[in-house]
Design a protein around this ligand. Structure first.
Ligand code: LER
Ligand code: MN
Length: 278
């Protein structure tokens, strides 16, 4: 059975970003629970920006899970990337993600590598950028395995990375490099831009999918765009996906209504694919 999740960003300087809740954890975690979510996904400035003991207490009190932790702030706030031409930046990116893996692992939550994968930078050979990327994914995945969590690698659209953009290329990348303990993140917003068929892409990636970002074509909460969410969720059903549909979407028209709309869409789509009209 698929599970519901909602994102919380604790980085006020990124207000325009695609995260539903923005308040302190003391406010947003109880709100997420009230709306009915199974879990929250956190986007934080760094691993030490959150009081882990306080978070543990809140999650236990509200009886809600931590589904995943994002690492994108490493790039957007701190300028780090696993494929930077600068070896020191790559090393810091590695350390930053390692700390996020450790932070999430305390809660059984995997870390997500999205923006931190970076780009093939000017004057860097494409093969070199991929060697850095796969080398890092391998080492970070081994560290994650030692912490009993997987590592999540997210395919982003072409306006965010020039590495790879489609699920099938993610599957090939991991297979060819022989990397294990990494699952792919299917972000429906990115997929809407890059995939020929969202349903086919999901079915072909199958068990390699470990997390889903649940958003509509315009990145608003599902039901506010032209995404054929029914066929996307049907494809996830076909592959037996039992992970999270995590609302990484714009808080439109406001966080509370965005959360409620997401929950309505989630319930309709997972109750019975044939009834899904979101
Ligand atoms: C991160 O999950 C993502 O989807 C990127 O587009 C960052 O905004
Ligand atoms: Mn995403």
């Amino acid at each position: 059975m698929m599970k519901s999740c909602v994102t919380i960003s604790l980085v006020p300087t990124l207000r325009k970003g695609p995260w539903i809740f923005w308040d302190d954890l003391e406010v947003s975690i109880p709100k997420a629970k009230r709306v009915g979510f199974d879990a929250v996904e956190l986007f934080t400035a760094s691993a030490d920006a959150v009081d882990a003991d306080g978070l543990a207490e809140l999650l236990a009190t509200e009886r809600i899970g931590l589904a995943a932790v994002g690492t994108g702030a490493g790039k957007v706030l701190h300028g780090l990337s696993l494929t930077s031409a600068d070896a020191d930046v790559r090393r810091q990116a590695h350390e930053y993600i390692t700390a996020m893996i450790d932070f999430g692992a305390r809660f059984g939550a995997p870390a997500i590598i999205g923006s931190m994968q970076g780009n093939v930078e000017k004057d860097v050979e494409r093969a070199q950028a991929f060697a850095w990327l796969t080398g890092s994914l391998r080492t970070l995945a081994e560290h994650a395995a030692a912490c009993n969590v997987t590592l999540i690698y997210e395919l982003l659209n072409r306006y965010e990375t020039n590495l790879i953009n489609r699920l099938a290329d993610g599957v090939t990348l991991l297979e060819e490099a022989g990397i294990t303990n990494v699952k792919l993140l299917a972000d429906l917003f990115h997929m809407n831009i890059e995939e020929v068929s969202i349903g086919d892409a999901i079915r072909n990636a199958g068990g390699q999918i470990g997390h889903v970002h649940f958003a509509d074509s315009n990145r608003r909460p599902v039901g506010n765009g032209h995404m054929d969410i029914k066929s996307a969720v049907a494809a996830l059903g076909d592959i037996g996906y039992s992970g999270y549909l995590s609302a990484e979407a714009l808080p439109w028209p406001d966080p509370n209504r965005a959360a409620e709309q997401t929950m309505r869409a989630f319930q309709e789509c997972t109750r019975s694919n044939s009834e899904c009209s979101a």
